[in-house]
Design a protein around this ligand. Sequence first.
Ligand code: GLA
Length: 400
Amino acid sequence: MKRAFLLIACLAAVSAYGQKFDQLALTPPMGWNTWNRFACNVNEQLIRATADAIVTSGMRDAGYMYLNIDDCWHGQRDSLGFIHPDPARFPSGMKALADYVHSKGLKLGIYSDAGNKTCGGRPGSRGHEYQDALTYAQWGIDYLKYDWCETDGLNARGAYTTMRDALYAAGRPIVFSLCEWGNNKPWEWGKDVGHLWRTTTDIDRCWDGVVNHGTWSSQCVLRNLDQQKGLRQYAGPGHWNDPDMLEVGNGMSVTEDRAHFSLWAMVAAPLIAGNDVASMTRETAEILTNKRVIAIDQDSLGIQGFSYAVRDSLEIWFKPLVGDDWAMCVVNKGQKPQTFAFDWKQETVVDTLTARDAKFGSFTYELHDLWLNKEIGTTRRSLKADIAGHDVLMLRLRRK
Ligand code: GLA
């Protein structure tokens, strides 16, 4: 009897702590993060001004919900080990900032690291996981990005699980973003631990190739995209592959920004903008708030798209959508314009993951160009379209 009681008590304890908040991020998280544009230059004015701009630009209404402060917000730990924000950068404190962000109908995210120090050399959470989780919950934090610098000797799955348990014990639903750059195949174990996991090294504001920083490298958009291939079976509602945050508005050309955004939507990536929202151009705002493209990313089935074919400099992607629709994105990876020709009846588009067959031979689909916002025909006639260099053709195929 005693033993049975003990067993039940143990099981209850395990079920109380051994889990993540499972009703969060049922579609890929959307928001904004300080790092890509502002790096360590973070302060409360920036977060407040960005919150205001996210509302006035229409980004909030388009779905961008999380305002995430990345590295370098930290001050010191006090004598009891509790972390405090940098008093010069965040004089009003995090609770007041969270209240402000919440008053705008948005949510606040923060950043920490599983190791002793963050990548920017600020205090990490190692040995303080439960204390930090409690602090974040008290501040009203809604999202935690958890990095992997200074983690010598740590087991990734174990370290991320410790923080998951700490967040769950603290009791406030917090989206948990795993950022160990794909080093330990987080897609194989991340589903039960967090809501999204980075699959690559850091993104950079360039089209293709690698940028060498001496001790580490960042990658251009197409490199990070390529690394999503082979991972689609691991993604779904509540658990996503993360090819890193958006560089839209940070210096690439408008066509490159548009292509980057479209392709992130095709692979059901988290859409975390990384630009200066308060001073963005009209073109950048139009890309980030294109609701038709966002709907591809946010489709409730949560199926990551796949690369169907590569033809010359063109790569053709498909993504199954709710209601027998499909998204199609053709990216011109080269600099020269290309004419894309596609005879639907000759193509066999099957999603091997869900066994869904587009059956272009028997079904007809209407073609909606998501950037022109225009019907451009149906699959009864073969498609011909010019695609500029470093640009995309992005379509929603509506089953008739
Ligand atoms: C790592 C992460 C980045 C960013 C920086 C902050 O490089 O991958 O996304 O958070 O640390 O220092």
